[in-house]
Design a protein around this ligand. Structure first.
Ligand code: PMP
Length: 331
């Protein structure tokens, strides 16, 4: 079979996380989503959205996709769209990392940076991207789509049919718990629905970064943030998106940036893992889940992307000091 880059999305390895397993007496595994061809778990969401739009004949060669994104989804779309002959227009808030901007520009995406504003403001990047897609679609007479990763359920459905099934196969069904953070909710919902269809006794936890509202929502039924805004990227949700709605959640954990960053630096040395910020939240959540469930359990989480896009935060002494975050001793 002739494969192209898009065919490399998914089927990522599941690896054992040595340090987290040792300190809990559980087997904690990470799904190595950073090995997807555009470098993150968002390759799956982007492909799910494109396949659905192609199936519905909403986009064809020469068409354009517009998306509002913190970066990874945009990078995934840029790759798939380049390979498929579609144009990519990305609207990104100005607090996403410079590294992500550079990648998008260098991949030839049309990048629009907007002020970082809350979802309730009409200038929020998600609303700007929707309006832009509608305007362009009207002007062009069709063939322009809005990715709408937060509320387009092709996102979680793709995780249900791929990520969840891969995890079940790779653990031979011997999985007791799964946890990850929420950006759009696609990964957590898709995996929770997919694995519970097979075995409803598998527990699922939401691991939420500080400053987001999902911890309190799943723990206490209240959409209320806890703590100061997080420096982690791509996660931390305020509202029940269409991709959060179907999630089947048993437990909820609040993870501080200090815990997340500290763990990320530890894992560089104990496991040789050089992971991005959201992985710190996911693995800290998996450790809490393991402690709650007791020794001997098999717990899976997601390794969303690697550290290369976050040098200006994770390996910048001044930044870390200003945010009172731990500093790795080797920088
Ligand atoms: N980690 C990173 C680095 C991300 O970019 C994202 C996506 N925004 C997530 C985690 C969250 O994934 P999801 O959108 O499926 O909830």
């Amino acid at each position: 079979m002739e494969a192209d880059i898009v065919d490399l999305i998914g089927n990522t390895p599941l690896i054992k996380l040595k340090y987290p397993s040792e300190i809990t007496g559980c087997n904690i595994y990470g799904k190595a989503e950073f090995l997807n061809p555009a470098g993150s778990v968002k390759d799956r969401a982007a492909l799910g959205i494109i396949l659905e739009a192609e199936k519905n004949k909403e986009i064809e060669k020469g068409g354009t996709l517009v998306e509002g994104t913190f970066g990874n989804t945009g990078i995934a779309f840029a790759m798939i769209n380049n390979a498929r002959g579609y144009k990519t227009i990305i609207v990104m808030p100005d607090n996403a990392s410079n590294e992500k901007r550079d990648i998008l520009r260098n991949m030839g995406a049309d990048l629009k940076i907007v002020e970082s504003l809350p979802y309730s403001d009409s200038g929020n990047y998600q609303h700007v991207s929707r309006k832009l897609a509608l305007e362009l679609n009207e002007k062009n007479g069709g063939n322009v789509i809005w990715g709408n990763q937060f509320d387009n359920i092709a996102n979680y459905k793709f995780h249900e049919s791929t990520t969840a099934q891969e995890i079940l196969n790779q653990t031979e069904g011997k999985i007791d718990g799964f946890t990850c953070a929420i950006g759009t909710g696609g990964t957590l919902s898709g995996v929770s629905v997919g694995i519970k269809q097979k075995n409803k006794n598998i527990k699922v936890a939401c691991s939420d970064p500080q400053g987001a509202r999902m911890y309190n929502y799943f723990k206490h039924g209240k959409l209320e943030e806890k703590g100061d805004p997080s420096e982690t990227e791509g996660i931390g949700q305020y509202r029940i998106t269409k991709n959060v709605e179907p999630s089947l959640i048993d437990m909820s954990y609040h993870i501080t940036d200090y815990e997340a960053f500290d763990l990320l630096y530890k894992l560089v040395k104990t496991d040789g893992l050089f992971l991005g910020t959201s992985c710190g939240v996911n693995i800290a959540g998996a450790i809490k889940m393991a402690k709650d469930m007791g020794p001997g359990k098999n717990i899976v989480t997601i390794l969303c992307d690697d550290a290369n896009k976050y040098y200006s935060k994770m390996f910048n002494k001044d930044f870390l000091q200003s945010k009172k975050l731990p500093i790795p001793e080797w920088i």
